[in-house]
Every structure is written in C-alpha cells, then in structure tokens.
Design a protein around this ligand. Structure first.
Ligand SMILES: Nc1nc2c(ncn2[C@@H]2O[C@H](COP(=O)(O)OP(=O)(O)OP(=O)(O)O)[C@@H](O)[C@H]2O)c(=O)[nH]1
Ligand SMILES: C=C(OP(=O)(O)O)C(=O)O
Length: 207
C-alpha cells in the first residue's frame, strides 16, 4: 500500500496575499482578493483529490479563507502566536501529528493530482523538496515518515532546503513547479491549464 501523507497549506490573509500579482488585477482589491482565494482553492482541491493524500489542512487567520475551505471539506487551523510562514508550518505539522507530513504552497492553480502523486512517490520515504520552476523557491516540502518537517521557506528556500539535507526532486511535473507569484507565472499556469476557480477569477487581460 502507498504511504499516506497529510499536507499543510499556508494561506495569508487575502488583503496581504500575492502582492506581486497586484498589477494583474488592475489594483482593484476585490478582484485581487478573489484571485488570491481562487489560487488557494484550486491548489487545495487538487491536493485533496490526490491518491494517498489523507488530509489537507490550511493554516490561515483569514475567516473568509477558512469558510471557503470548509465548503470544500477542508479544515483550517489558526496561525500560531509566533509570526511568519515557517512558524505557521511548524505549528500545523505538529498539530496534525501525522505519520508523514508535507507543506504545499497555496499558489499552484494548475496543479494536477497525477503530478503531485508522482512527486510523493519520487520522495521514496526521504525528507525531500520540489523546487519551483525557476529553481530558487520551493513548492512542496515533505518530511520523512515520523520525521520533522523543518521548513525553511522564504527567499532562496530551495537552496536552504538542499543545505538542510532534503533530497531535491525534479521531475516532469510542470503543474507542481508553477507557483504563481507574478503575471508571467499566471500566463504560464494558464497555458498549463488552470483550475476552474482561478479560470473564473482571471483578470480581463487574459481573455
Ligand atoms: N499562514 C501563513 N501563510 C503565509 C505566510 N506568509 C506566506 N504565506 C503563504 O505562503 C505561500 C508562499 O508565499 P508567497 O509565494 O510569498 O505568497 P505571498 O506572500 O502571498 O506573495 P507576495 O506578497 O507576492 O510575496 C502563500 O501561499 C502565502 O499565502 C504567513 O505568515 N502565514
Ligand atoms: C516563500 C516561498 O515562495 P516564493 O519564493 O514563491 O515567494 C518559497 O519558495 O520559499
């Protein structure tokens, strides 16, 4: 039987999220929040449909995000007292107490379950990470079974995860490596095939 994994997905409050994408929505805060939410919902929906992913939990202090996730059947945990992305992920991983845990970024709107499954298989029981398409950031970090996640997300996180001893996984998984930070990333994700929520929240320039 396949090893099962529980995934923690961090989501900032929508009014602070995806600032590098602000120009894509013409500076309109309502459209921007809708796009940021759609990115996260499509990511989580694909992750939850991946065989062997037992549970997906978001970490967020935004009640609108928690409520939309609940409508998908996905539970949310509040942020811990300690600020920051890595603190949120450590808190989520420890709260879940899973036999195997991973952290997945919330901005993968083209994510295909078959590609996430292939990356989980490639980890083969190791603590491992998948770099983003530029090779500098990280889209997925997996703990070894029973091991600590030890997240080191932030600028240059691929290098930090590599230095921390995590195995680097690079495979034919464009949808897993295409995190959407900028308009250029959004255009590429559109070509790969966006999830339905992001497709519906796209700014006018894409149509
Ligand atoms: N819960 C939580 N999630 C965070 C925090 N910081 C970043 N994230 C999430 O971590 C993921 C990766 O962050 P980034 O790719 O930098 O996204 P972002 O911070 O929304 O985008 P920028 O504002 O453009 O930097 C996104 O899903 C964010 O929502 C945090 O402090 N708490
Ligand atoms: C926080 C990260 O995301 P990005 O580089 O996309 O901001 C990361 O990759 O560690």
């Amino acid at each position: 039987m396949r090893d099962e994994v529980d995934l923690v997905v961090p989501v900032k409050t929508l009014d602070r999220a995806k600032t590098r994408l602000t120009s894509a929505t013409g500076g309109d805060p309502v459209s921007h929040a809708a796009l940021a939410l759609a990115l996260a919902l499509d990511t989580v929906s694909a992750a939850a449909r991946t065989p062997g992913v037992r549970r997906v939990v978001t970490i967020t202090s935004d009640p609108a995000v928690a409520s939309e996730m609940a409508a998908l059947g996905v539970e949310s945990l509040p942020e811990p007292g300690e600020p920051g992305l890595n603190a949120a992920l450590r808190h989520g991983a420890r709260t879940l107490g899973s036999s195997r845990v991973g952290a997945l970024q919330a901005d993968l709107p083209a994510l295909r379950p078959v590609e996430l499954r292939a990356a989980l298989d490639a980890a083969a029981g190791r603590r491992a990470f998948v770099p983003d398409r530029q090779g500098t950031g990280t889209t997925l970090l997996l703990a070894a079974p029973g091991g600590e996640l030890d997240p080191r997300f932030g600028v240059g996180s691929a290098g930090h995860h590599r230095l921390s001893g995590a195995a680097e996984l690079i495979g034919p998984w464009p949808s897993l490596r295409c995190d959407v930070d900028t308009e250029e990333d959004l255009r590429l994700a559109l070509v790969l095939g966006l999830g339905v929520r992001t497709a519906n929240a796209l700014p006018a320039w894409t149509t």
